[in-house]
Design a binder for this molecule. Structure first.
Ligand code: GLU
Length: 472
């Protein structure tokens, strides 16, 4: 990102300052909250093909007010220190908003996963994990990484295995990283978590009659048109769940090879299959290809979902945005300058630090599962099921009627891990939406949702520092 425009870190900083100016938090404490507590930059050699490549990597711990620190690891050629610092800061605010007991952190490795084989990626990942272990930058009570752009369950399994190998005998070792495969102490529902969280956030936003009326929209997701930038893990699940469970219509999708449009709605699973075969989304039957992949940001739709990278909506394309709602599935997709333009256009921006917090929320559940050494639902599932069965039988006896076998099966089902994870995630996203909205309703000077979310987070973090006795 060139310095000629606002950098990602500058944007986060400007957004922070805007909210901070409305708070009563003492300046010294605001500075303590804003700065990154620890930045670890490392270089290490990895054999790639016939040569040794020196890999640049980072782990930034933004805030130690709660431990462990938490946040994903990004693999991308664009990784630099400023980007990781911005992402680590957002994690702190995110964790505060969804009420998970972590400070924020983020990791970045400057590699392009697409250009490396699985064996090479494994070497990079294990070496990076070794560096973190050596410097005490990882551990269930220290700093807990997770997936982010360019990484997934596979990389997390390698990190866990490396940690376990070195720290043999540490009983809580599995809690050193989240987003692991389910078979490797992961949790059901983590893969879809960020996208599902975006869906719950959107559903909640769309349920407020007054708020929707002000945007010229009806309530409810059914039939709403959506444009999705990025079909990675977050974009895919946001689209899929919004269609399947919300009845939304995805009219435009963009990936790095191009953007496609169909006013009747795109079948996401068929599109994914097509992309796997053809290595592109372009040419998907029934769709038209837009001149540029960036056109996704300016198509006619109700809801725009940037689910790719930061700094996508800038001063040059913000005036052309036609959506009524933008929900930030990615971190930092709107620059602080572009945001002013969008707010003037009366667009509702549901900010990243809330909208995409479903990932870290389910990471929290996974971490708890690892510390408790037991799968959720194991203790109560059968018990609940029996109680419901007794209840059904009593109802049948009292009414003299019989409940159908199919209905009975639904009504007497005890909760599995996936049911509990989804329920915990939905509860979290709904509660946090209300917390942020209440700040907007109660504080006249707070006119946008990002500032409200920031303010809510800042006051919570300041409260923690004060309770710790670090600040008066
Ligand atoms: N990388 C994700 C994020 O940006 C998840 C972080 C986590 O689960 O710790 O929120």
């Amino acid at each position: 990102m060139s310095k000629a425009t606002v950098s990602f870190l500058d944007s986060v900083s400007a957004n922070f300052d805007k909210a901070a100016a409305l708070s009563t938090i003492p300046p010294g404490l605001l500075t303590q909250i804003k700065v990154c507590n620890a930045v670890y930059q490392m270089y290490f050699p990895v054999k790639i093909g016939n040569e040794y490549r020196v890999i640049e990597a980072y782990r930034v711990q933004h805030s130690h007010h709660r431990m462990p620190t938490k946040g994903g690891i990004r693999y991308s050629q664009k990784v630099d220190q400023e980007e990781v610092m911005a992402l680590a800061s957002l994690m702190t605010y995110k964790c505060a908003i969804v009420d998970v007991p972590f400070g924020g952190a983020k990791g970045g490795v400057k590699v392009s996963p697409r250009e490396l084989t699985s064996a090479q990626l494994q070497r990079v990942t294990r070496r990076y994990a070794m560096e973190l272990i050596r410097k005490n930058f990882i551990g269930p009570g220290i700093d807990v990484p997770a997936p982010d752009y360019g990484t997934g369950a596979k990389e997390m399994a390698w990190i866990y295995d490396t940690y376990n190998t070195i720290k043999g005998g540490e009983i809580d070792a599995a809690g050193c990283v989240t987003g692991k495969p389910v078979s490797q102490s992961g949790i059901n529902g983590r893969t879809e978590a960020t996208g599902r969280g975006v869906f719950y956030a959107l559903k909640e936003a769309l349920s407020f009659k007054d708020d929707m009326k002000a945007l010229g929209l009806t309530t409810g997701m059914e039939g709403k048109t959506m444009a999705i930038q990025g079909l990675g893990n977050v974009g895919y699940y946001t689209a899929k769940i919004s269609i399947d469970e919300g009845g939304a219509k995805v009219v435009c999708v963009a990936e790095y090879e191009g953007a496609i449009y169909d006013e009747n709605g795109i079948d996401i699973d068929k599109l994914m299959k097509y992309r796997k075969e053809k290595k592109t989304i372009v040419g998907f039957p029934g769709t038209t290809t837009l001149p540029s992949r960036k056109d996704v940001l300016n198509v006619e739709c109700d809801i725009l979902v940037p689910a790719a990278l930061e700094n996508q909506i800038r001063v040059n394309n913000a005036p052309g945005v036609k959506a009524k709602i933008i929900i930030e599935a990615a971190n930092g997709p709107i620059t602080s300058e572009a945001e002013k333009i969008l707010l003037n256009k009366n667009i509702l921006i549901i900010p990243d630090m809330y909208a995409n917090a479903g990932g870290v929320t389910v990471s929290y559940f996974e971490w708890l599962k690892n510390l408790s050494h037991m799968r959720f639902g194991r203790m109560q599932k059968r018990f609940e099921s029996k109680v419901y069965f007794e209840l059904m039988t009593t109802v049948e006896k009292l009414t003299g009627k019989t409940i159908g076998a199919k209905e009975k099966a639904v009504l007497t089902k005890g909760a599995d891990e996936i049911d509990l994870v989804r329920s915990g995630l939905e509860e979290t996203m709904i509660n946090s939406y209300h917390d942020i909205r209440n700040v907007m309703k109660r504080r006249k000077k707070v006119q946008d949702m990002r500032t409200a979310a920031f303010l809510y987070a800042l006051e919570k973090i300041a409260g923690d520092y004060m309770a710790l006795g670090i600040f008066p």
